[in-house]
Design a protein around this ligand. Sequence first.
Ligand SMILES: [Zn+2]
Length: 345
Amino acid sequence: MKAFWNLVQAAHDPQFFLQRGVVKRNFEVPARAEVLLAGCRELGLEIVAPPPADRAALLAVHPADYLDFLRDGPAEWAAMDWQGPELVANIHPAPEMLANGARRSATVIGKLGWYTADTSCPVAAETWPAAQAAAAGALAAADEAAVGRHAYALARPPGHHAYPARAGGHCYLNNTALAAERLRTRGAARVGVLDLDAHHGNGTQGIFWTRDDVLFVSVHGDPNSYYPWYVGHPGERGAGAGAGWNLNLPLAQGTGDAGWLRAVGAGIGAIRRAGVDALVVSLGFDASIDEPLSFLAVSADGFARAGEAVRGLGVPVAVVQEGGYNLDVIGGLLVRFLGALGDGV
Ligand SMILES: [Zn+2]
């Protein structure tokens, strides 16, 4: 199996994080990639730098003005007469403003609030090259899956909270959505997305909300008491042509292997019934019992059994890294999941 990673991704080193009114060091750190790479080496994966993501592939999910903001925002920020080291928004357009015809401001501060959902996605000059490289890895993993081989994208920064034109929750470009779109263009009539991160994949849900060619399934902590707080509920089933093509399986705090694997099995059952030709797995490890501030309590054996269950689908899989922040365990969890998944169908 190939693992896609580009060293430029390590330069993205966000600092700002706001939690319960306390400014902290951001925990989406470059060291995450080092331990995940160690896991790839332990498995004997071929670690490959992906070809650059072409703009047309990014435009399949993200509009040009948003891509330009990620690229150009840091220089506009630096040109102000004083500023912090990273772009962090202090205002977002409220729904009431949007209902009254709110428009994007031409200033970097106004654009920043427009294009971000929260304070967990600080932007710096290193962000855009890293996000592009992470997206390139997801596209390359999809290209592998398109020819029947499982592949892994060490996507950092992660992607599943990113909407077409909005960063959030450590995510800037939606790597998983880009991979699903690539699989569609490479001939898959239907694509499944299985999101195993502990947080609901709200960005991916939003991107495919009205689509009947991509089935989105997410197993996550109950959003009533966990990020992203407002969406991820069972009643969100998609709209229009996409009605019935969105499946949320939220779990109560403290849910362990039995409950988590039951939900994963239900999600895989829905994916099987949809008759997909390929699958993208949004693989987060923050459902681990060892995660700091853990909400769910999944063991290493649980992740291995999830990998086996995905293997049982018998379709090619592009695995895209999402969250997971305990540097002591995420490398080992990657070994367990990918080891159980195997090389290909
Ligand atoms: Zn997460």
